[in-house]
Design a protein around this ligand. Sequence first.
Ligand code: ADP
Ligand code: MG
Length: 454
Amino acid sequence: MYNRRMDECKKIWDILLLGISNKISTVVYDMWFSQLEPLTIAHNKIIIVAKLNSVKKTINSNYRDIIIEEIKKLNTFVDDFIIITPDEISVYEDKIKEDKQESENVEQFTYLVDNNFTFDKFVVGQSNQIVYAAAKAVANQPGTLHNPLFIYGGVGLGKTHIMHAIGNEILKSNKKAKILYCTTEQFVNDFIDSIRNNKDNEQNKRFREKYRNVDILMLDDIQFLAGKTGTQEALFHTFNDLYQNKKQIILSSDRHPKELTFLEERLQSRFSSGLTVDISTPDLETRIAILQKKAFYKNVNLPIEVVYFIAESFDSNIRELEGALQKVIFYCQLEGREPDSVDIIKEALKDDIDVSNHILSLDTIVDATCSYFNIKKEEIIGKKKLKQIVQARQIAIYLINDMLGVPLATIGSYFGGRDHTTIIYARDKMENEIKSNNLIANQIKDIKNMIQKR
Ligand code: ADP
Ligand code: MG
C-alpha cells in the first residue's frame, strides 16, 4: 500500500548515505550506519529503523547533525528524520496511515535536483560556453526567455550536469520552485503505469499532476522516446500545457531535434521552437581545468604534470576523465602512495590507456633538455637567472609548446607558477633565435631528436 512512499524513501536515504559516508570514517560508517534501514516517510520525516536500541541512541546523540545537514542539502519536502526500533514500527504505522492522504501527492513534491551538480562546479570552455550562457539565462528568467531550451551532445559531456545546475540555481532564489528533473525512461514508465488500467482514473490524474503541476520540467535523454508513440502523444499534451502556462521546459538529447526522425513532426517542431544549443568535446585546456576542479573537490593534490597526462589520455568524454581520476585515487590509496608522478598514474591506468604507445609528457621534454645542458631539474623549474639556465628554460618552454601544444597556463604552472606572459615571451624569443642563431637552432634540433628516439 505504501510502495511509492517507500521507494521514494529508499531513494532519498541512499542519497543521504552517500553524503554521510563522505563525512565520517569507514569504520564508523560500518559500525553504525550499515545497521539502518529506511522504512518510509511520514509528515515530512524520513523514518529509519535501527535493529538495536544502542544504535538508535548513538545515532541520535552523535550523528544527528550530520544527517540533518545532508537532509537540508536535498532540497526536498523532507526536513527531519526519526530513528525507531523494530518494536516501534506498529506505532508509526498509524502515523503513516494518517499521512496517507498526503502520501498520494507525494511525488509532485519530490524533485530531487542533485545539488552536487551546480554552475560553480561546471568548468566553462570553448566546447560548452554557449550551453553555459543559455543555461544561466534560463535559470535567471525561467519560462520567458528561451522556451524550450534544448541541449544536445554526446555521452558524458555535461548535459545532465547543466540541467541540475539550472535547477539548483533557480532553487537558490526561489526555494519553493517546483522543479521536476526526470529521465525519459522514468517519464515513459510513469506514462505506461498511468494507462495500464484504463479504468483507474486516479493513476491518470497522478501522471498529469506530476508532470503538469510544475514550474520547470526537465526531461533528460529524449532519444529514448524512439518507438514510444503513446508516450510521445502524452508528452505533446504535457508540453503544450506547460508552454501555454509559461512554464520552462528543458530537454536533452544525444542529437539535434531535426535528427530525432522517429519523433512525430509536431513534437520535433515544438522542440526546436525555443533555443537549441550543443555541447561538444572539450579541448585540452578545458579538460585540464575540469580535472583540477574535480581533484580540488576530492581534496587530492595533483601536480600539473599528472593532470596533463590524464587530460591528454582521455580526450573524448568527461565521464571517462572523471573515472580515470577516481581510479588513480583508489589505486594510490590501496598502494599507500601519493599520485605525484606520471609513473604511478601509468600503473593505475594501465588497463585503460595504451601506455606502451606512450604519450609524450612535459617531464620527458624537460628531462631531455636538462640532460643535454647538464643542469638539474630544480634549476630549470626554479627561479635562477644564470644565463645558461634561463636559456635552457626558454628552450624547454619552446619545445613543450611546439611538440605538445600544451596551454600556456599549464606550462606556466609547471615552471613554478610563472604567468603566461613569461611563457609567451620565452616561446617568441626562441622562435626568433631559431631564425638568427645557428647554435641555438642546432641545440633545439638535437634535443628534439633525443626526445623522439626515446
Ligand atoms: P551527459 O549527461 O552529457 O552524458 P553528464 O552531465 O552526466 O554528461 O557529465 C558526466 C560527468 O562529467 C559528470 O560527473 C559531470 O559532473 C562531469 N562534467 C561534464 N561537464 C563538465 C564540466 N564542464 N565541468 C565539470 N564537470 C563536468
Ligand atoms: Mg546524462
